[in-house]
Structure formats: structure tokens, C-alpha cells
Design a protein around this ligand. Structure first.
Ligand code: CTP
Ligand code: MG
Length: 235
């Protein structure tokens, strides 16, 4: 089925997918590893393409796999595929540079969050549209968090009530993301961090358990279970 992206949509979604997947273990780039018989990237793009506000999707693929990824995604959704960079931030920058004129809201997603529902894409975009420069989906932290020394001695217990675990897609007014990337000095693992460093305000919306990042083998097993169980929940 070919997803028709909405030409009147005001959202571009960048999907960095150029990572090696070292923590998942041997088996090739993580975005191309299979979940329920399909690459993680296919799952991620299919769900993003279901979000009605999305006009454009740009994928940053492993440099050696750009043509393969174009062929892979052609039946899933109309996407632009560019070669990624050496770290996530460079991959995001490459995808950002390929966004056509038009969309004034840019979301940055992870291919590794393959089961992220389209409703989360919409809720992040809606909050940016409502006037916020930078928006991140978050979940409360459920574990007790302790600060420890290099030799494993506990230094203290962190107040959990003020902590949040951060997911993607992270949403931005386009000009804010472009400026934050232009000003970036050090590589960070999230784009909102760049906005924070440049003095901008970042606002939180409720995240989704389904937007878990597939990082280690256990996460992939969990995602397989969620998918095969046909789980239909959207917290
Ligand atoms: N990513 C990217 N370009 C890179 C590194 C990461 O586009 N040079 C992407 C990954 O493909 C992933 C997302 O950024 O979709 C989040 O990164 P992560 O979960 O760390 O994935 P990997 O870097 O592939 O995994 P690992 O760190 O275990 O190697
Ligand atoms: Mg990584």
C-alpha cells in the first residue's frame, strides 16, 4: 500500500537511520534489522506517514545503503533518502538540509523507535503549531535513580519527581531547529538539547510506551512481542 502524504500538511519528519546498531549486536545497521519480518525503518516510516499533518519525510540512511533504502521505502511512503553522517547529529543535519521549502514544523524521529504511533507524531506537531518553539515527548521515570562514583559508591539519590525520560519525535519550529544546528558545537544525542544550549525553551508533552527505543536485544524481543500480540493501546 502506498501512503499518500498530505500535500497541504505543514510538517516535515526527519528519520535518522544511519546508525550501526552496535548495542543490538551483529547483524548489520539497526534500521535494517527485522521486526516481525520487516526492517525497523519500514515500521517507523509507515507509522509516521499515517499522521495526517505530515507532508514530507526525509530519511538519513547508512551511506552504503542509500539505494537499497530508497527501494525498500518506495512501496511504503513517498520519502527522500540522503546519506547519513558519522554521528546522529550529522545525520539529522543532512536530512534537515534536504527538507524542501514549505513545512514550517520539523520533527526529528529515530528509526529505532519503530512502533511509535502516528498519534504521538500529531500531538507533538500540534503543540509546535500552537506556538511552542521546541516540544519533546516524555514519560515519568519509574526506577529509583542514584548518582554513583566511578568506583560504584552511591553518592546520593536523585529526586525522581523532577525527572523525565525523553523520546522522539521531537518537534520544532523549522527556523529554531535550523538555527540550533547551525550553532551546534558538540554532538548531542537529542535535538532539543541543541535548543536548550542556545537558550531556547523546550516544552514537554506526554510520550507513549510504544515509542520505546530499540537499543538492545531485549528491546527487540519486547517489540516483537508487542507487534505479534497485536497490542492496540496508545497511552
Ligand atoms: N543514527 C544516525 N546516524 C548515526 C548514528 C545514529 O542516523 N551516525 C540514528 C540511528 O539509526 C537511530 C537513531 O539515530 O535511528 C538513534 O540512535 P541509536 O539508537 O544510538 O542507534 P545506533 O547508533 O544505530 O545504535 P548504537 O549506538 O547501539 O550503535
Ligand atoms: Mg548510537
Amino acid at each position: 500500500m502506498t501512503a499518500q502524504l498530505n500535500p497541504r500538511g505543514d510538517v516535515a519528519v526527519l528519520v535518522p537511520a544511519a546508525g550501526a546498531g552496535v548495542r543490538l549486536g551483529p547483524g548489520g545497521p539497526k534500521a535494517l534489522r527485522l521486526l516481525g519480518g520487516e526492517p525497523l525503518l519500514v515500521h517507523a516510516v509507515r507509522r509516521v506517514a499515517e499522521a495526517p499533518s505530515v507532508a514530507t519525510i526525509v530519511v538519513a540512511a547508512p551511506a552504503a545503503d542509500v539505494d537499497h533504502v530508497r527501494r525498500l521505502l518506495a512501496p511504503v511512503a513517498p520519502v527522500t533518502v540522503v546519506p547519513g553522517g558519522a554521528d546522529r547529529q550529522q545525520s539529522v543535519a543532512a536530512a534537515l538540509a534536504a527538507v524542501p521549502p514549505g513545512p514550517q514544523i520539523v520533527l526529528v524521529h529515530d528509526a529505532a523507535r519503530a512502533l511509535t504511533p502516528a498519534t504521538l507524531v500529531e500531538s507533538v506537531a500540534a503543540r509546535v503549531r500552537a506556538g511552542h518553539d521546541a516540544v519533546i515527548p516524555v514519560l515519568p521515570v519509574t526506577d529509583t535513580i542514584k548518582e554513583v562514583s566511578a568506583d560504584d559508591v552511591v553518592l546520593g539519590t536523585v529526586d525522581r519527581s523532577v525527572l523525565r525520560a525523553v523520546q522522539t519525535p521531537q518537534g520544532f519550529r523549522r527556523s529554531v531547529l535550523v538555527a540550533a544546528h547551525a550553532a551546534a558545537l558538540d554532538p548531542l544525542t537529542d535535538d532539543a538539547g541543541l535548543v536548550e544550549k542556545s537558550g531556547g525553551t523546550v516544552t514537554c508533552v506526554p510520550g507513549s510506551e510504544l515509542a520505546l527505543k530499540i537499543t538492545r536485544p531485549f528491546d527487540l524481543m519486547l517489540a516483537e512481542h508487542l507487534l505479534s500480540g497485536g497490542v492496540r493501546f496508545d497511552p
